[in-house]
Design a protein around this ligand. Structure first.
Ligand code: G6P
Length: 611
């Protein structure tokens, strides 16, 4: 949610931090702030975006060689300058940026108030800063001791970077339940919520673990637990290129990411498809494949778009492996003492690998004895580190808040898993296996062709951009696509939209249909094609206007619908990968035409690390 960047070295820190915050702004963006140390420590904070902060800091002409910045997504206290981070302790010694929630803040606050400590913001972070200050002054401690003691008293989650004014040659960083990555440079070090602000400076990183405390100086770094046990840092080489996190000429990250899907899907199956297309080999599942094949139940947990991919996972697994699947919202699963037995397989799907509810569901499933598999995009993130085995999607960084390539690559992984396990179980024949893999390999090319609907999607967007509501319908594999299409529209253009199984329309949504209600019907050719034609007729009979996603050359629906967008023909299992593309483009263009902030829609965050 919130984004953190810190720098300690010899270069001007201001620009490094501002650029880093811009890369992290997708995480949250209602206010921003920065601390720079140069003899004295100066704090800059404002409501709004990083560019507002940039203007403010640049106007001050102040710079330093140590500093830290923060973009905020409010949890405690409204987004304003006062509540923005850094939060400074009451005597000014501790300057803190924080991602997460201090759950017992109220108790600590009233204790500190009873000791005469005054608070100036509504944030839980200020409570933490003041607790450190209080312990520091009362106990006559050094900064590390005060921080360690404070962290042992708080409950909740945090990614923290702290500067102590009395020890200005250090950054302190601590993690529990929220990600923090240290970038190891030459005579300089970086810290951030994820690697995207770091990769332009160094490819050497250390992922902090829960309860780690790092004391970072220019030339050296000491890693300990918050119980003061020294740990040997494990430096990893990451393979993330700066070009992957630029817009590369596209007006928005979302559009770039939509157009990247042929490459992203290719990267997902690259090196995993056998040379003669006779099958796939998912290295990350090698040791657990037999166990999954022998299992009697799979539970998929995820949130948001990843949940929609999970729903497709259910259809794919049930068709190709005949293992029963349940798909759960991670937030529901984790709070209801779910029935998970030894031998059950739990698959957690998450682009970021950091979504708090999905991570908690993973931990719970592990406790209950399930074998837990992760399908994630961000390498080294928390979920892949918690799971027993997993498959990375390799989609490259997804910056646009509305997920696009993450979805199609997750579905690609789920399809490959289903085929590999189905083959192992003997549910699919070698012939069908090869047919499926051959088709999979053709998908990037077919998406390339599908992307040619862009102009038509724009034309359609111009017609429907002022609607207040929209209905999205689909059947079978296309029902989750309808859900995903509706979610995309809601997220970025703020138009109310609902996805529904087409046949369920008669049990409610049909009452909403009139000439003002655009109905998007995902109606590419598959086993339910005839049925969906009937559904379209039912809509037309009520004067609804039908926008249909159809297979190239469709003669029947093209005559019935008011507007059609075509996708190439493919096997039903892959139809979501094509059918979702026009829906992504449609919502993108509608949002742009309505003047919405496509990459950073209001109230949303890329990675929801609050529960
Ligand atoms: C947020 C994002 C969505 C994403 C969901 C799950 O709501 O805005 O785009 O689908 O979180 O995120 P995850 O990283 O777990 O896939």
């Amino acid at each position: 949610m919130c984004g953190i960047v810190g720098y300690i070295g010899s270069k001007p820190a201001r620009e490094i931090i501002i650029n880093g915050l811009k890369r992290l702004e997708y995480r949250g963006y209602d206010s921003a702030g920065m601390a720079l140390v140069n003899g004295e420590a100066r704090i800059f904070k404002c409501k709004g975006r990083v560019k507002d902060l940039e203007e403010m800091v640049n106007n001050s002409n102040f710079d330093g060689t140590i500093g830290m910045g923060h973009t905020r997504w409010a949890t405690h206290g409204e987004p304003n300058e006062l509540n923005a981070h850094p939060q400074v302790s009451y005597k000014g010694n501790f300057i803190v940026v924080h991602n997460g929630i201090i759950e017992n803040y109220a108790r600590i606050k009233s204790h500190l108030e009873s000791r005469g400590v005054k608070f100036s913001s509504q944030t839980d972070t200020e409570v933490l800063a003041n607790l450190m200050e209080h312990l520091y002054l009362e106990g006559d401690l050094n900064a590390e001791q005060a921080i360690t003691l404070a962290l042992n008293r708080v409950e909740g989650a945090y990614g923290l970077v702290i500067i102590c004014k009395q020890e200005p040659d250090k950054l302190f960083a601590a993690k529990k339940g929220r990600p923090l990555v240290i970038g190891v440079g030459d005579g300089e070090n970086f810290i951030a919520s994820d690697a995207t602000p770091i990769v332009e400076h160094t490819q050497r990183v250390i992922y902090l673990n829960d309860d780690d405390l790092a004391i970072i100086k220019k030339e050296e770094m000491v890693l300990k637990t918050i119980r003061a046990r020294k740990i040997e840092p494990e430096v990893k080489q990451i393979d993330l290129k700066i070009g992957e996190i630029d817009k590369e000429g596209f007006p928005h990250f979302m559009l770039k990411e939509i157009f990247e899907q042929p490459r992203a899907i290719h990267d997902t199956f690259r090196g995993r498809v056998l040379p003669d297309y006779s099958g796939v080999m998912l290295g990350g599942l090698h040791n657990v494949l037999e166990t999954i094949a022998a299992s009697e139940r799979i539970v998929i947990v995820a949130c948001g778009t990843s949940w929609h991919a999970g729903l497709l996972g259910e259809y794919l697994f049930e068709e190709y492996t005949r293992i029963p699947v349940e798909v759960e919202y991670a937030s529901e699963f984790r709070y209801r003492d779910p029935i998970i037995k030894k031998g059950d397989i739990v698959i957690a799907i998450s682009q970021s690998g950091e979504t708090a509810d999905t991570l908690a569901a993973v931990k719970l499933a592990k406790e209950k004895g399930a074998l837990v598999i992760g399908i994630c995009n961000v390498v080294g993130s928390s979920i892949p580190r918690e799971t027993d085995a997993g498959v990375y999607t390799h989609a490259g960084p997804e910056i646009g808040v509305a997920s696009t390539k993450a979805f199609t690559t997750q579905v690609t992984v789920l399809a490959m898993m289903a085929f590999e396990i189905g083959y192992l179980k003997g549910v699919i024949t070698p012939l069908l296996y090869k047919e499926l893999i051959t088709e999979l390999v053709s998908i990037p090319g077919k998406i390339e062709r599908t992307l040619q609907v862009n102009e038509k999607a724009l034309e359609l967007a111009q017609r429907v951009k002022d609607t207040h509501n929209a209905l999205y319908l689909g059947r079978g594999y296309l029902f989750p696509v309808a859900l995903e299409g509706a979610l995309k529209l809601k997220e970025i253009s703020y138009i109310h939209a609902e996805g529904y199984p087409a046949a369920e329309m008669k049990h409610g949504p049909i009452a909403l249909i009139d000439e003002n209600m655009p109905v998007v019907v995902v109606a590419v050719k598959d086993d339910t094609y005839e049925k969906i034609i009937s559904n379209i007729q039912e809509i037309k009979a009520r004067k609804g206007s039908v926008i249909a996603i159809v297979t190239e050359g469709d003669q029947i629906i093209s005559k019935l619908a008011d507007f059609v967008l075509e996708v190439p023909e493919t096997l039903p299992a892959f139809s979501p990968l094509l059918a979702v593309i026009p829906l992504q483009l449609l919502s993108y263009h509608i949002a742009v035409l309505r003047g919405c902030d496509v990459d950073q829609p209001r109230n949303l965050a890329k990675s929801v690390t609050v529960e």
